[in-house]
Design a protein around this ligand. Structure first.
Ligand code: SAH
Length: 372
């Protein structure tokens, strides 16, 4: 059989332990040393498997930079403070954010920049784009948050939560069973695992339909690492102050459904077929993040649709200013990029923004409602 080194490694793991959870497969496929998807090269951008908002237009990162300055001022402009980005990709968002934030030089002077990035290849890209500002890198969110312990935190994460591994459970005649991944001569496939749901897989209290009474065959997704991250950020904010912004594709209320997605060279692919060759993500359950934040004594805001969020922050005014200095072609490109970011049929409503603050803080820019 013609298997990649990473597929051989996962097969060995299954032979040793029996069928593995989707989260274990996912973690290996994406961040295994050397052959994991993110470790190999440059999957983001026009030449990569997918394009993210900061790669579409400078306006995205600029508005987030202004959001961070505004949140920092509202918190009393603490100095020094930790500026953290989780999963900065090619570094475009932070580069645009810092340029916009330089309107208030005190912000840059007080900031200590930490980037959480698993991939050495991505780190190298970030180093190039952020040459002037000397960030510090940590390989994961846990060590990045530990490194800024004691400091007020202003954090941004674009398409990071959706990249963290999930587990899936399927409702069978025997009740909920985990979907585990097994291997045969033909490759990897889903097999029914142990029965029962882990603690926290369903929200506590009265459940809304269809969570309360799901039809047979339903798939329930559970993302313990995502809620652990939301909880860790929230504990930090409750203790030291600050604000955090997460932007991802997903839904505002917990629901039933299989949202596992793999993309290879921009086209949908089978998530199990060629581990390390395709980007794997799934929808973020923002309600689960908000629950984790509240349990950690912080407040969650939104989520609001990306389009509405960027318009509230002034996307259209910024585009108009850029267009005044652009050629006819430049004007068309700006309009097209803005449409991709804002329009409900593009990224505007599938992608959503959620903010986290200490309890009692005023609404961060672009948000109205605290999540209850
Ligand atoms: N925020 C960027 C990139 C999103 S892709 C953008 O919007 O363009 C996800 C990013 O997170 C990549 O940089 C990837 O290498 C990194 N990453 C994925 N899983 C990670 C993990 N567990 N720890 C640290 N970084 C991770």
């Amino acid at each position: 059989m013609n298997e990649t080194p990473l597929a051989r490694r996962i097969r060995a793991l299954i032979q040793e332990n029996g069928p593995i959870g989707l989260n274990v497969f996912w973690r290996e496929a994406m961040t295994a040393p050397e052959h994991g998807y993110y470790m190999r090269g440059r999957p983001i951008g026009a030449a990569g498997d997918f394009t993210t908002a900061p790669e579409i237009s400078q306006i995205f990162g600029e508005l987030i930079g202004l959001w961070l300055v505004d949140a920092w001022r509202n918190a009393g402009a603490p100095a020094p403070f930790a500026l953290v980005e989780l999963g900065p990709g090619r570094g475009q968002l932070m580069s645009d954010a810092l340029r916009a934030a330089s309107l208030d030089p005190a912000f840059g002077e007080a900031a200590r920049l930490f980037l959480a990035e698993a991939s050495p290849a991505m780190q190298a890209e970030q180093r190039r784009r952020l040459a002037g500002v000397q960030p510090e890198w940590r390989p994961d969110w846990q060590t990045a948050l530990a490194a800024v312990d004691g400091l007020p935190l202003f954090l941004v994460a674009n398409e990071f939560f959706d990249a963290l591994p999930i587990r899936q459970f399927k409702l069978t005649a025997d009740g909920w069973r985990e979907r585990r991944i097994d291997a045969s001569a033909d490759g990897f496939f889903f097999a029914a695992g142990p029965t029962g749901l882990p603690e926290g897989a369903l929200p506590e209290g009265a459940l809304p339909a269809p969570l309360a009474d799901p039809p047979a065959g339903s798939v329930l997704e559970h993302a313990p690492e995502r809620t652990a991250l939301a909880a860790a950020i929230s504990r930090h904010l409750a203790k030291y102050g600050g604000a955090a912004l997460a932007i991802d594709y997903g839904h505002g209320t917990s629901r039933i459904g299989d949202s596992l997605q793999a993309l290879r060279s921009g086209a949908p692919a089978d998530a199990l077929e060629a581990p390390g060759e395709a980007d794997i993500t799934s929808h973020v359950d923002f309600q689960a993040l908000a629950r984790a934040a509240r349990a950690a004594n912080a407040a969650a805001w939104g989520p609001v649709d990306q389009g509405a969020f960027l318009i509230a922050l002034g996307a259209e005014a910024r585009a108009a200013a850029l267009k005044r200095r652009a050629s006819a072609e430049g004007v068309a490109a700006i309009d097209q990029a803005l449409r991709r970011l804002l329009h409900p049929l593009a990224m505007g409503s599938l992608f959503k923004a959620m903010a986290f603050t200490p309890t009692g803080a005023s609404a961060p820019a672009g948000f109205v409602m605290e999540t209850r």
